[in-house]
Design a protein around this ligand. Sequence first.
Ligand SMILES: [Fe+2]
Ligand SMILES: [Fe+2]
Length: 344
Amino acid sequence: MAETQTFTSSHLRGLNSGDKFKILGVVQQIKPRADKNNKPFWEVSIVDSEGFIDAKVWSDGKWWDARTGEKTPVDTSSPDISGLFLGAAVGALGTVSEFRGKQQFQFSEVFLLDPERFPISGFIRSSPVPVEFMEREFGEMVASCRPEIREFLENVFSGELWKKFRELPAAVTHHHAYVHGLLEHTLAVTKSARALAEVYKSSGIDMDLDIVTAGGLLHDLGKIDSYRLDPFPGMTVPGTVIDHIALGFSRFSCLAREHGLDKEIETAIGHILVSHHGRKEFGSPVLPATPEAMVVSSSDELNFIMYCWEAFPESGNGEPSISDYHPSAGRRFWRHGLTEKGDG
Ligand SMILES: [Fe+2]
Ligand SMILES: [Fe+2]
């Protein structure tokens, strides 16, 4: 494996068709398939600390067990190579190709690596924002609220709940699908909602900034019951069949009752939780009906699509580029290549 250059998953996007590469990571998914001639092949997803790569291993691909340092071939006719490789640290040798204008990857060899030398924790993706910084910002936002709301938020975001909230991802694939992702997304939505609230407040709209803050910080509370890290982001059964909006509202209502939160405040914040997806077809049973709910819902959507825009790869040569159609965002994204130039 020594002569081929090692790339991380995000740097692979800059390679051209025909380029060879090596990648190190953890197998997140491995699916046996058969081609039209009934020859077996595998679809493999490898994650590393910067993202993931989906690749195919054709029937002539080689699978090795190199955990002891010596490589021994793995019998691919055994039905359980999936069990051996799933969740394991691997190295893979691959080639870039192109199909209908889209970059694709093939692995010619996959090596099972020694988990002592290549611990899985080294491949787990985490928020690019330092968690201590985010915790401080979160605390400052809570502290800015009037005592009644501040005390409730301090009570909610404590103990075991806070431990989970600061660790978990905000999604499994679409956005902020990494350690501390929920905290990063929550902060961005709340900051954006507060900024919008200030704009509309100054133009005469009657808006309660503390309700915006509380609603922003609590809007995805249900995600603590919807997602898990083991060690990669995954979905819980309640998250799949009940969804984070219903789970979050139910948890919030219990906490509000336990704390004795004022009923009007409870309803105003509860309305933000249930309406934050903005449309019934996106899972919200009601549409945002208050200025506070409107700014949180708009900020939530904006944070999602902005994340998707940022995640679509640059062309690598500074040229403008257009992304593939993004089904969740319902659009293609465009990097226009313009940059702000100074006066001189
Ligand atoms: Fe949400
Ligand atoms: Fe959200």
